[in-house]
Write a protein that binds this ligand. Structure first.
Ligand code: ATP
Ligand code: MG
Length: 512
């Protein structure tokens, strides 16, 4: 049987690795050109050709409307105007609400794709490259997700795999995977570490205790709308404001090609400013005046400007760290190591903030771009029959899961940071005579009070309740949280044991 590979499906870059060969070492899977990461970008060119990765990135300046980038942020999200606006300020592909469900769809080349379909294009590319590299078809993988992904977002990733025949055996959290890359083989002593993962789209922070081969997550927190693209967007705003002062009334926002060129240079300049204190920000012929004269962008950008424009974003990462340390009941200064993961952690201001908060410089022992894929590959290897690596991951759910009660409040079933896997049982009693079914809306999120401020996981109906007087039938509902952080439910009559039939309204659980 072919190997199980580990995949880090990132917002901006994806990376895959595998344990193989006689030496059973972790190897990163190289793409054409020898690179170990590919941009998580899917595009369709004007001839209808599908492009993934570097090829898609190469043409994005000219084809911004049909280039889908950063879409991991929409995976498993219900359509809500606020999210769509946040995407639309800086991305040029179309975003729609699906008919019949509350899912988001993206428009590309006259087609509409659900987000798992977009992710499946990237997974398929990785699968193809891995198959060529290993000279065997690849149909099983361990895929990482942000620790802060909820149940629906995790389901969406599984669905993406299923679309291309890739069985995602396990979903593991990105910081937990990075901890594995760091911690396997470190010996018997117990160490408590923090993983600070600031990638292209998301921020995660976990505190993990490592005891030999046991990795126990104590607490986790994060934000799926905080990452490198937000830093880029702040630079884009600075560029547009500076341009506007020189050329009042010339609106670049409505020109997708101009915006894409600015975006491209904004990201490159942000990266440059890791090494340098200033750089030129020049784009010739960005647009024309109404009387046909070409206009250029010709600015000087400094590290100080970048830091000034993004200080609040860095501040938000530290706020999360503070909350996670409080949840874990741990003094941030007492941790044994702090690991940095994700490309954005190369920014000096991020490193300085982390060093200040934890009172120690971060460890340089893992590669921030590769640690997650390496950890996923190690975990994948631990699932192989012939593996001599045994690891135990004890993870938690990042946000509470609960039921909306009659007054719209959230009745928590699982609290945030509760261990997975997990099982809870609740007993409900019929409230009217001859009640036939029991309905419940399940939510997951940070708002402990108002249920509907959280993500709706589904509206479930259990039917087939035995006909009887109100208050006599007791229905026991089991809430089963898998190791992947995905909820499944069943219900039975507590007295007779008869199973109830379950159905899901709102269509959000079609893959259950
Ligand atoms: N030297 C650098 N300085 C600043 N930022 C950098 C540097 N190198 C890469 N980045 C930024 O890091 C981000 C990409 O990081 P990474 O590849 O870890 O993200 P990802 O895994 O795709 O995203 P996520 O984990 O959020 O899903 C991009 O925004 C990129 O601009
Ligand atoms: Mg990442």
């Amino acid at each position: 049987m072919s190997r199980i590979i580990g995949i880090d499906l990132g917002t901006t870059n994806s990376c895959a690795a595998v344990v193989e060969g006689l030496d059973q070492k972790v190897k990163l899977i190289p793409y054409k050109g020898g690179e170990y990461t590919i941009p998580s970008i899917y595009a369709v060119d004007d001839k209808g050709n599908e492009l993934v990765g570097h090829e898609a990135k190469r043409q994005w300046q000219l084809n911004p409307k049909n280039t889908i980038y950063g879409s991991k942020r929409l995976m498993g999200k219900s359509y809500d105007p606020d999210t769509v606006r946040r995407i639309h300020d800086y991305f040029f592909y179309e975003v729609h609400e699906a008919t019949g469900t509350d899912e988001v769809m993206v428009g590309i080349a006259d087609k509409r794709l659900a987000l798992p379909q977009v992710a499946s294009k990237i997974l398929q590319k990785i699968q193809g490259v891995a198959s060529d590299y290993l000279q065997a078809p690849i149909d099983r993988a361990v895929v990482t997700v942000p620790a802060y992904f909820n149940d629906r977002q995790r389901q969406a990733v599984k669905e993406a795999g299923a679309i291309v025949g890739l069985n995602i055996l396990r979903i593991i959290n990105e910081p937990t995977a990075a901890a594995l890359a760091f911690g396997v083989g470190r010996g018997m002593s117990t160490e408590t570490i923090a993983i600070f993962d600031l990638g292209g789209g998301t921020f995660d922070m976990s505190i993990i205790e490592i005891r030999d081969r046991v990795f126990e997550v104590i607490a986790t927190g994060g934000d799926i709308f905080l990452g490198g693209v937000d830093f880029d967007n702040r630079l884009i705003d600075w560029v547009l404001e500076s341009f506007e002062t020189h050329h009042p009334g010339v609106d670049l926002r409505s020109d997708p090609i101009a915006m894409q060129r600015i975006k491209d240079l904004a990201e490159r300049s942000k990266i440059d400013l890791t090494q340098r204190k200033e750089c030129a920000f020049n784009i010739p012929f960005i647009t024309m005046t109404p009387d046909g004269l070409p206009l250029d962008i010709d600015l000087k950008l400094t590290r100080e400007i970048l830091e000034g424009r993004t200080a609040d974003l860095v501040g938000r990462t530290i706020d999360t760290c503070r909350r996670v340390c409080a949840d874990a009941d741990i003094d941030p200064k007492s941790l044994d190591h702090v690991l940095l993961v994700g490309g954005m952690t190369r920014m000096p201001a991020v490193q300085a903030a982390v060093t200040g908060f934890f009172g120690q410089p971060p460890s340089k022992q893992v590669n921030p771009d590769e640690a997650v894929a390496i950890g996923a590959a190690m975990f994948a290897y631990s699932l192989e029959d012939d593996s001599n690596l045994r690891v135990q991951l004890l993870d938690v759910i990042p946000m509470a899961i609960g039921i909306a009660n009659a007054s719209g409040q959230l009745h928590e079933i699982f609290e945030r940071n509760e261990a997975v896997p997990n099982l809870k049982r609740l007993t409900f009693t019929t409230s009217v005579n001859n009640q036939k079914d029991l309905q419940m809306r399940i939510y997951q999120g940070d708002d402990e009070h108002v249920a509907s401020n959280n993500e709706l996981l589904g509206e479930f109906t259990f039917s087939g309740i035995r006909l009887a007087e109100a208050g006599t039938v007791k229905v026991e509902v089991e809430f089963n949280l898998s190791q992947d952080g995905i909820l499944s439910m069943s219900a039975h009559d507590k007295d007779t044991g008869a199973e109830m039939e379950k159905s899901v309204a709102l269509g959000v659980r079609k893959y259950e």
